[in-house]
Write a protein that binds this ligand. Structure first.
Ligand SMILES: [Zn+2]
Ligand SMILES: [Zn+2]
Length: 361
């Protein structure tokens, strides 16, 4: 291949700020004027499997090292383009073959993707000098663009297909030129030309909390209630739990009796029938997930007093909150909040016990 040496490639754009691996790999191929599949078949042969898996979750060290070597990019920078880089910050442990908290699953079946795992902001795609896809667009708690505030999209609005930009050239043998990363792989609509939807936050605090979600994920640490959280997952774990507490257990509710219906926001009732009987927060499409996240952030304001006020209708207790952890393992904000929670629960239990004994005497 002309211009592609075994070591440093002549043309080697580096990952852009926050870029996800697959996006960078597509841009690398296009920089040479090659279609994606052709380029990587020529470079790696069949030695490394790439596009029949969720490469952003499961890229091998061998692949990452090869890309680092060929592009003159530090290995740590290359690794940071993968979702595994969120290990320890967004989630405890990364297993590429299992559901991971907050990482949107691609639902790969053979070479197809059945799930809507890649979100995007049309404005970000449109205004950047070089369009590219961000790593944080794969996180389930990110539903609005931290920069532009609009609701992200999780599919092509024209044909409804999931976003799989590396597939745009697949099966079109008569075409030799690369296809822009901005175009829908199925109908070729320009994802940067979608109309955007802006949703009003419940209050300014949830608006700030939204931005913090993105900030915590990118920094790897966070803060809450004037406390520093050494690991951002100490925020994302309770958020996960609250979202599922709001949704309730599938099979045990109907739309009007779900815990989410106990919150004083009738405007969100529109979402309740649509939420359906899904087992998992990540099973929801972006518009519904956005509504649940908004309510969860509101419940988490003034933590844990507001949460405790809704604990009964939401049917949650400290054991949910501790999420199976030993109390000694709960640190930072969680530790303080858990302690407040435990004390408040103990007081309320004591009150409940005292009432019948007073009335029976
Ligand atoms: Zn944006
Ligand atoms: Zn389309």
């Amino acid at each position: 291949m002309r211009g592609i040496s075994p070591d440093l490639w002549t043309i080697h754009p580096h990952p852009l700020n926050g870029e996800i691996l697959s996006s960078w790999m597509v841009r690398l191929a296009h920089a040479y004027g090659y279609k994606v599949q052709t380029f990587y078949n020529l470079v790696f042969g069949r030695r490394i499997e790439i596009w029949n898996r969720d490469i952003d979750r499961s890229a091998s060290i061998e692949l990452l090292e090869a890309l680092a070597r060929h592009t003159g990019t530090p290995f740590e920078v290359v690794k940071a383009t993968t979702l595994a880089a969120y290990e320890g910050s967004v989630f405890d442990y990364h297993d590429p073959n299992r559901y991971t908290h907050w990482v949107l699953p691609a639902g790969i079946y053979h070479r197809k993707r059945r799930r809507f795992s890649m979100q995007y902001c049309s404005v970000c795609l449109a205004i950047g000098e070089i369009p590219y896809f961000r790593r944080f667009w794969r996180l389930g708690f990110i539903t609005r663009c931290p920069e532009h505030g609009n609701l992200l999209k999780d599919c092509c609005s024209t044909c409804g297909a999931p976003v799989v930009f590396h597939r745009a050239e697949l099966g079109r043998r008569w075409e030799t030129a690369p296809v822009s990363i901005r175009l829908c792989w199925k109908c070729r609509a320009d994802l940067a030309h979608e109309t955007v939807e802006v949703r009003e936050p419940i209050d300014w605090k949830t608006s700030v909390a939204r931005k913090n979600l993105w900030l915590f994920a990118e920094l790897g640490w966070g803060f809450a209630e004037k406390r520093t959280l050494q690991y951002a997952r100490l925020y994302f774990e309770p958020l996960w739990m609250i979202c599922h507490a709001l949704l309730g257990k599938p099979g045990r509710w109907n739309a009007s009796t779900r815990p989410i219906a106990a919150l004083p926001f009738p405007e969100f009732e529109n979402y309740l029938p649509r939420l359906g009987r899904r087992a998992h927060m990540l099973d929801y499409r972006i518009a519904d997930r956005d509504a649940v996240i908004e309510l969860a952030l509101w419940v988490l304001e003034d933590f844990p007093s507001r949460l405790m006020a809704f604990a009964k209708p939401m049917r949650i207790c400290f054991s949910h909150f501790a999420n199976g952890r030993e109390e000694k393992d709960i640190s930072g904000w969680l530790e303080l909040s858990a302690e407040k929670w435990r004390i408040a629960t103990a007081i309320s239990r004591k009150r409940v016990q005292e009432v019948p004994s007073a009335s029976s005497s």
